[in-house]
Design a protein. Structure first.
Length: 139
């Protein structure tokens, strides 16, 4: 909220919709009404709301832990604007002012969700992992 207030004080046209205590349908409606989504700034990975926003075509800002390779298995393919409390103001400013960047991130996000979060593909991956574990345990 402080980042939004700072940008407003600089004359940047920004509106904040803090989405809490809403149904799934209400959340989706509010994501559609916005231009971008801040998922989280402390945990180190994006959540379901970030996936929903990317599927809808909204750029996502999120803190993504990348201290070790296993922290982000998607690498540069992950179309999330990496941000933190320290970089949020600048990253918000950049996205607010750059419609072309927002459009590119929207397109990349939709493609990423279709390829990496498709329920059937995720189920196949999980099944393959379970089979590999079962085979290793039986061997």
């Amino acid at each position: 909220m402080a980042a939004v207030e700072r940008l407003r004080s600089e004359g940047v046209p920004v509106r904040l919709d803090l989405v809490t205590g809403s149904t799934h349908d209400q959340v989706l409606e509010r994501i559609r009404a916005g231009h971008l989504l801040i998922d989280q700034l402390l945990l180190g990975w994006y959540g379901a709301v970030g996936v929903e926003a990317m599927a809808i075509g909204r750029p996502v800002l999120c803190y993504v832990r990348e201290d070790a390779p296993e922290d982000n298995p998607f690498g540069a393919e992950l179309p999330i604007v990496r941000t933190s409390p320290e970089t949020l103001v600048e990253n918000l400013r950049r996205l607010i002012m750059d419609a072309v960047l927002r459009a590119r991130l929207a397109k990349d996000g939709r493609r990423f969700v279709a390829s990496r979060h498709d329920p059937q593909e995720v189920a196949k991956t999980v099944l393959a992992d379970v089979e590999a574990l079962h085979g290793a345990a039986a061997g």
